[in-house]
Write a protein of this length. Structure first.
Length: 153
């Protein structure tokens, strides 16, 4: 199993904050030659520590300013039901995240909606139609205090 060293961690920290940084600028920031930096980034990608490069979009400016967390309880725990639910929820574009949970809910979903009317549509047409849904509890985000995609290194 690959364990990143301190230089790898510095590279990862910079890339988490500035994914579009040039290799030359990254190398300078972490005190490496550009070729050594490039080799390390390639190794971090090959080892799966860097899984993707993405642009983080402003949901509000794109008309998806309402975030809703939905707890889903299923009718059972059979593997076939869980698999069917997971396949179906993966096809709902408004679902940004889906997590299998321990506790009172079986799944926790993060849903992006335009507003409450849009969420009502998503709830009625997509979420309630998912396989095996027994119950749902929705919580609307009033204000986001902290949001980050950066993992602590």
């Amino acid at each position: 199993m690959f364990t990143p060293d301190e230089t790898d961690r510095r590279i990862l920290a910079v890339l988490q904050a500035e994914g579009r940084i040039s290799n030359a600028d990254l190398a300078e920031r972490v005190n490496l030659s550009p070729s050594a930096c490039h080799r390390r980034v390639q190794r971090l990608e090959e080892e799966g520590l860097i899984s993707a490069y993405v642009a983080l979009l402003d949901a509000r400016r794109l008309g998806r300013g309402t975030t809703v967390f939905v707890e889903i309880t299923l009718t059972g725990q059979a593997e076939e039901l869980l698999d069917a639910f997971e396949r179906a929820v993966a096809r709902v574009p408004e679902v940004l995240e889906c997590h299998l949970m321990a506790g009172s809910a079986d799944y926790l979903l993060k849903v992006a909606a335009a507003d409450t009317d849009d969420f009502a549509r998503i709830h009625r047409r997509a979420l309630s139609a998912l396989p095996g849904v027994r119950g749902m509890q929705s919580s609307f985000v009033l204000r986001t205090v902290r949001e980050s995609t950066a993992l602590p290194l």
